[in-house]
Design a protein around this ligand. Structure first.
Ligand SMILES: Cc1cc2nc3c(=O)[nH]c(=O)nc-3n(C[C@H](O)[C@H](O)[C@H](O)COP(=O)(O)O)c2cc1C
Length: 135
């Protein structure tokens, strides 16, 4: 599948088959995410791969629209590292570019994904996520 087809046929998938994502595919997904452009090429991101139900299944506890995570074989939590950004100005755009790359790559590998957004600026997801942060 070429890039244009993957982009045009990607859809949010919230129900998953009961089969694991291979290590090979996972590495491709993470490499695709890390190939995204970033401001000043600072790449201020970390990717936390959650397969362990003890970690993965807690996401809906703080994200009200993420119940599908419990059924998914894995979740990738995309985290901005503000220490890696010299001006702390583009981390949301940088991480968004990485997420979209990952989603399109997953589509090209025949894997279903959905973007579950958490906004520090507001919205229910943001409020719940902020509750996890240290005061
Ligand atoms: C920033 C962002 C946040 C999103 N958050 C959620 C979410 O919390 N839960 C969810 O089920 N879908 C979420 N989505 C997926 C959108 O609902 C979905 O992309 C949109 O309805 C268009 O459908 P499509 O992805 O199939 O084209 C989010 C998408 C984006 C870009």
């Amino acid at each position: 599948m070429d890039a244009l087809e993957a982009i045009m046929t990607r859809r949010s998938i919230r129900s998953y088959q009961d089969r694991p994502v291979s290590e090979e595919d996972l590495e491709k997904l993470l490499r695709a995410a890390m190939a995204a452009p970033s401001a000043r090429n600072e790449q201020p991101w970390h990717f936390v791969v959650a397969r362990d139900p003890a970690v993965k299944d807690r996401v809906p506890d703080y994200h009200p629209y993420a119940s599908c995570v419990r059924q998914a074989p894995l979740a990738v939590l995309v985290c901005a590292d503000l220490e890696e950004e010299s001006h702390r100005d583009y981390w949301e755009q940088n991480c968004a570019a990485a997420v979209e790359n990952l989603l399109v790559a997953a589509r090209s590998l025949g894997l279903g994904t959905v973007w579950l957004g958490v906004s520090p600026a507001g919205g229910k997801g943001g409020r719940h996520a902020r509750a996890l942060l240290p005061a």
